[in-house]
Design a protein around this ligand. Structure first.
Ligand code: FNR
Length: 384
């Protein structure tokens, strides 16, 4: 696909352009993170610290980036990460993003708090891999409805995000008083969920005792769910006819527990640093989780991917596919659907080139790539 020259900018330049274009509170909501944002930064910096060692003369005239993931096959190992309220960045919201991903043969994960409904998104990305993300809330009926609706709409899997026992203090949002969708800027992009009949029914039931309650207050009442445990995940997996992928796992023991209760895959992620500051960088957690899982289920990765080379590093360190977060939002904000296509093009082309340089003809071959942390001035590059 050809892209206009104006779109051939780096992801960093797109982020700058998004900062110019978006209302300040929206940009900071997407770009910012928990606390002093050490983890937001270290996710990218740690990925940047790796170096790949090129291999030569390996006949890379055919490089195949295709992979299988839970729910189908992808043209390249990328899915759009679940990110709420994409109506903040473009009027079409998740419909534009999902369509762009599908046009590239890539996967899309719809956030529980997406601005567009599962039906709209499923239509936009028909025939491609579609995952529906949700949190386990305190309201089991809401959890059941979310699963039921995802299945009815044709989603291929549930992504259950487990790394949010409490909401972080996000200082940029506190400064901007941008903590919810109960405000003028976010109202248009409010989660499609709150307009669903089942949600209104549950809100009505709750309103019995809270006559004036708003949808936001009901959500705040049921989520997050700090009392949530492995038994709740097992319960969700038991009631879901769809495979359940567990997102937000960083400790190898947690990965093993997730497998034990029936997870179909795990996503190594620290939520892009947007929740727990001083969390281990996602790329540092990846090898331990991959080793503990030992091929029993796929291991996916996100947090900090800003280039195809970053993706290649994650794939080399044990990931089976990669989820892309903020860069997609910058593309959507600056150039609409074409911007999302451009970001996905850039990542895909960069990955393909990287594979050729390290002599990997398939994504699986990347596991044999030599990657090193950037050596200090006096460190031997190849120990021994
Ligand atoms: C997110 N993320 C997220 N994750 C999730 O499971 N459910 C959600 O609703 C959201 N919402 C959300 C909104 C915004 C604005 C951002 C930036 C992120 C986390 C997301 O899925 C992913 O883990 C991170 O975005 C990955 O980090 P990078 O690559 O964006 O830095």
């Amino acid at each position: 696909m050809t892209t206009e020259p104006v779109l051939r900018s780096t992801i960093a330049a797109l982020a700058d352009a998004a900062r110019e274009k978006l209302p300040a509170e929206v940009f900071h909501y997407a770009a910012g993170g928990a606390g002093d944002e050490a983890t937001v930064l270290s996710n990218v910096r740690k990925l940047d610290a790796f170096r790949l060692v090129p291999r030569v003369m390996r006949d890379v005239s055919e490089v195949d980036t295709a992979v299988d993931v839970v729910g189908g096959s992808l043209a390249a190992p990328f899915l759009v990460a679940p990110m709420g309220m994409q109506g903040l960045y473009h009027e079409e919201g998740e419909v534009a993003t999902a369509r762009a991903a599908a046009e590239h043969g890539l996967g899309f994960c719809l956030s529980m708090f997406g601005s567009r409904s599962p039906e709209q998104v499923a239509d936009a990305a028909a025939s491609q891999v579609r995952w529906r993300q949700m949190y386990i809330t305190k309201d089991r009926r809401l959890n059941e409805e979310l699963v039921r609706q995802a299945e009815a709409a044709g989603f291929d899997a549930i992504v259950c995000t487990v790394d949010l026992p409490v909401m972080a203090e996000r200082l940029r949002d506190l400064d901007n008083t941008f903590q919810s969708f109960d405000n003028e800027v976010a109202a248009e992009a409010s989660p499609a969920l709150v307009h669903e009949p089942y949600f209104k029914e549950l809100l009505g039931l709750w309103r019995g005792g809270h006559a004036e309650a708003t949808p936001q207050q009901f959500i705040d009442h049921v989520f997050p769910h700090p009392g949530c445990g492995w038994n709740d995940l097992e319960d969700l997996i038991g009631l879901s006819p769809l495979p359940v992928i567990v997102k937000g796992v960083l400790h190898p023991h947690d990965a093993v527990r997730a497998l034990g209760v029936g997870a179909a895959a795990v996503v190594v992620s620290n939520h892009g640093g947007s929740q727990h500051d001083r969390s281990i960088a996602s790329i540092d957690a990846l090898p331990g989780v991959a080793e503990a899982v030992d091929g029993a289920v796929p291991v996916y990765f996100d947090s900090g991917v800003r280039s195809g080379t970053h993706a290649a590093i994650a794939l080399a360190r044990g990931a089976d596919s990669v989820l892309v977060g903020r860069p997609v939002l910058w593309g959507l904000a600056v150039h609409g659907p074409q911007g999302v296509r451009s970001v996905l093009d850039t990542l895909g082309n960069d990955l393909r080139n990287t594979m050729a340089f390290v002599g990997a003809r398939t994504v699986r071959d990347l596991r044999n790539a030599t990657i090193l942390t950037e050596p200090g001035p006096h460190d031997p590059v190849f120990p021994g």
